[in-house]
Design a protein around this ligand. Structure first.
Ligand SMILES: Cc1cc2nc3c(=O)[nH]c(=O)nc-3n(C[C@H](O)[C@H](O)[C@H](O)COP(=O)(O)O)c2cc1C
Length: 206
């Protein structure tokens, strides 16, 4: 059983050239995201993760918003062409999952357990990362490809996204990442992965 799970873990990779097609029905995508939200762990079981699945025109709109903000922000930067062409690839994909962390849920937990307040942001980030990984791996296990983006560093992008999809204020639903997915044109990694020696990364003491 662990081997099967680890096969899925190993198979997950960043794929960027994705078609606006899906290997599975939208209902299955929703099922995967709901299962992720339901079963992923969170600190004290706070369940602060929120996910928004964007498909079709709503998905394309996200990447139009990103382009609108990133193009002027990168004027004169050597990164501009790369980022603009990446955004075009994201837009041409099938969908995006927006991952949020609900600050109200975390605040309520902090009021109940003041001792963990200094750790709450870190715990929330850990839990969000677990959610993102589960969904990414599960979508790829269904023959989709995915990549993880972080345009949430741009506050106006974040605000526009909240307004575009009628979501709670960004100070309440804090955007953590954007998981882009679609049918891969190739399952080869764009950047072949090099592995640091395990001996320096895993210690066994017995
Ligand atoms: C926390 C985190 C942040 C990442 N941010 C980005 C990102 O903003 N853009 C991107 O293209 N990939 C991003 N990645 C993907 C990594 O670059 C990628 O997982 C890593 O290079 C290993 O390659 P693989 O995903 O093909 O195994 C991120 C991954 C993690 C875990």
């Amino acid at each position: 059983m662990a081997d099967k799970f680890l096969e899925v873990v190993e198979a997950r990779k960043s794929l960027y050239k994705l078609k606006a097609e899906s290997t599975i029905p939208d209902s299955k995508i929703q099922e995967i995201i709901e299962a992720t939200i339901k079963h992923a762990p969170s600190t004290y079981n706070v369940q602060s993760a929120r996910a928004v699945i964007l498909l079709g025109a709503k998905h394309q709109q996200l990447w139009d918003i990103a382009l609108k903000h990133m193009e002027p922000a990168l004027e004169g930067s050597p990164m501009k062409d790369h980022v603009v062409s990446r955004i075009a690839l994201h837009r041409a994909s099938y969908g995006t999952v927006l991952w949020y962390e609900d600050q109200d849920a975390l605040k309520a937990l902090g009021e109940k357990s003041p001792m963990i307040v200094p750790m709450l942001t870190e715990f929330s980030d850990h839990s969000s990362g677990l959610h993102q990984f589960i969904a990414w791996a599960a979508l790829e296990a269904e023959g989709l490809g995915g990549n993880l983006q972080h345009y949430n560093f741009h506050p106006v992008f974040v605000a526009d996204v909240a307004a575009a999809y009628d979501l709670p204020d960004p100070s309440t639903w804090k955007l953590k990442s954007q998981l882009v997915f679609g049918t891969p044109t190739s399952t080869e990694r764009e950047y072949p992965r090099a592995y640091e020696p395990l001996e320096k990364r895993v210690l066994i003491k017995s």
